[in-house]
Design a protein around this ligand. Structure first.
Ligand code: SAM
Length: 247
């Protein structure tokens, strides 16, 4: 029987606690009682656990678990997705799907063709993106929650120092496919899967100046094939390619 999985907010070597919406659902909807078994994610590790205490109704909802035994954790894909900010509903769909596919981190960036009002609203929206990633990680039975970086300018991300192999997904690229670029990166790192950073453009694509910026900072352009994909489709396709190379 598959035990439900919960992502702890607080933990130590022997116990873990969930609160907020998760605890409400477990305590009030699933009527959790001491002794009930579950899987709990604490600090990127997964444990077989047992409910030890459920806070009484009306009090700030909290469920405490005793951690019984550590279970094998599935590592995230070593991928940071640099996502140019675009229509929030579709971007949030991309965040949910990228989390299901195992992305390690998402860095929202403001690109030249990011609409002004979205760029201004992004900082406030980031908390919602974290909630979406948390819920998707739980649903996907991940053993961690992807990090959602604070929205930043594209230039600051492109020029930031990084040990990762950095690839810009570009629909006009015709020579290098993403699979080819990953294979080369794996050979260069002795068949180890290197840390990867993928950049995906907004609705209107990258502006010419941005393509030059990527090039000047050592990012490699790669193609996902001859068809023009929506940004969320490109994100899913890119992660599926990495997963197929890795898993
Ligand atoms: N500029 C394009 C247009 O409107 O003709 C569309 C941009 S596309 C909606 C958004 C982003 O998805 C692109 O900037 C690129 O990062 C990625 N993308 C879409 N199709 C791609 C492909 N075939 N190969 C690589 N990246 C692609």
């Amino acid at each position: 029987m598959t035990r439900r999985r919960w992502i702890a907010e607080h933990w130590d070597e022997a116990t873990a606690t969930i609160d907020g919406a998760q605890a409400e659902h477990l305590a009030r909807v699933l009527r959790a009682e001491p002794g009930m078994e579950a899987d709990v994610v604490a600090g990127g590790r997964v444990f077989h656990a047992q409910v030890a205490a459920v806070s009484p109704a009306g009090a700030e909802c909290e469920v405490r678990f005793n951690l019984i035994a550590e279970l094998e954790a599935d590592p995230a894909l070593p991928v940071t997705l640099v996502l140019a900010i675009y229509k929030f509903d579709r971007m949030e769909w991309a965040i949910e799907k990228a989390t299901e596919l195992g992305v390690a981190a998402i860095a929202p960036v403001i690109a030249r063709r990011t609409e002004k009002h979205l760029a201004q609203a992004a900082e406030k929206r980031a908390e919602r993106w974290r909630r979406i990633a948390h819920e998707a990680a739980q649903q996907a039975r991940r053993s961690d929650v992807p990090l959602i970086h604070y929205p930043a300018s594209l230039a600051s991300r492109v020029q930031a120092a990084s040990a990762a192999t950095r690839i810009v997904l570009a629909e006009q690229e015709r020579t290098t496919t993403l699979r080819h670029a990953i294979a080369e990166a794996m050979t260069a790192s002795g068949d180890e899967m290197p840390a990867l950073e993928f950049a995906i453009g907004p609705e209107g694509g990258w502006a010419p100046g941005e393509e030059a910026l990527f090039d000047a900072n050592g990012w490699r352009a790669a193609s996902l094939g001859p068809r023009i994909l929506r940004a969320e489709t490109a994100a899913i396709a890119a992660l599926a390619v990495v997963a197929s190379c890795l898993e």
